[in-house]
Design a protein around this ligand. Structure first.
Ligand SMILES: [Ca+2]
Ligand SMILES: [Ca+2]
Length: 93
């Protein structure tokens, strides 16, 4: 009986944050994708150093975020950059 109760509690604990994340993800992902598409001038799904030229923070840390070193920022790498930016903004407060 005690085992069943703790299993139920564990389930409630796990599913609540998962649900909250599912509700928040689409809008933030959409915003990131819009931003990416806006910067991807030639629409090849990658951001070149030239394309990120307008975004000084990404341009400055281009090499850092180009984790696979192909000289372009993929959508995944851009997402990592956005997360780092959010983290940096959080740290300021
Ligand atoms: Ca491009
Ligand atoms: Ca890359």
């Amino acid at each position: 009986m005690k085992q069943l109760l703790s299993a139920g509690l564990a389930l409630a604990f796990v599913s609540a944050p998962a649900l909250a994340q599912q509700q928040e993800l689409p809008s933030s992902m959409q915003a990131a994708q819009l931003q990416f598409e806006e910067m991807d001038v030639n629409n090849d799904g990658m951001l070149s150093m030239r394309e990120v030229g307008t975004d000084s923070a990404l341009a400055r840390d281009f090499m850092t975020y180009d984790t696979d070193g192909d000289g372009q920022i993929s959508e995944i790498e851009f997402d990592a950059y956005l997360r780092a930016q959010e983290q940096a903004a959080d740290d300021e407060f």
